[in-house]
Design a binder for this molecule. Structure first.
Ligand code: PNS
Length: 164
């Protein structure tokens, strides 16, 4: 078994992310979920601390014997989070070819710059359409995102958007 870092914006965490955590637990047994800043997505809905609290609630159901999940917020580079957490490598989920292009470039950069390896897991086909960006947009206009997020995240979205 191995210990892996799953970094992301998680603004907010959704069912697609939780599927990646679930797959990574099945494959490796120990996952450190790191909520981080993506400089390409500066206008977040939730603070890093709020995202961390939502992830911690959402992953509780995935924990069990031989299935360890740690959650942390890290404001710096993913490779520094990987070093500080002492993981064997980084794991990322791939939804589409578009994801692959971005993720491959990040994986190669992180390997060349810091020697940190990345492995990809394919997202469950029934969940590939889910994105945090669209969840934020729909929730801000009062739309229904209950099929895309766990119930705890739905409550946090309703709180910050003032919609129910
Ligand atoms: O969920 P996202 O937005 O696709 O996650 C992207 C994220 C946060 C993992 C990426 O932006 C990241 O690694 N940010 C930390 C800063 C960093 O390490 N940048 C160098 C990338 S090669």
């Amino acid at each position: 078994m191995a210990k892996v870092l799953y970094p992301g914006s998680f603004d907010p965490v959704h069912l697609g992310h939780l599927d990646v955590v679930d797959q990574a637990l099945e494959l490796f047994g120990h996952v450190v979920v790191a909520t981080m800043h993506n400089p390409a997505k500066p206008s977040g809905l939730f603070s890093l601390d709020e995202r961390l609290a939502m992830i911690d609630e959402a992953v509780e159901a995935l924990r069990g014997p031989g299935r360890t999940v740690e959650v942390l917020a890290f404001p710096g580079l993913a490779v520094d989070a990987a070093r500080s957490a002492g993981v064997d490598f980084v794991v990322k989920g791939l939804r589409t070819g578009g994801d692959f292009e971005i993720e491959q470039q990040m994986a190669q950069t992180n390997h060349v710059a810091a020697g940190v390896r990345t492995v990809f897991v394919p997202c469950k086909p029934s969940l590939v359409y889910i994105s945090s960006r669209f969840i934020r947009e729909i929730a801000q206009y009062g739309g229904d995102v209950s099929a895309m997020v766990p119930p705890s995240v739905l409550l946090h979205l309703q709180r910050v958007t003032g919609r129910s």
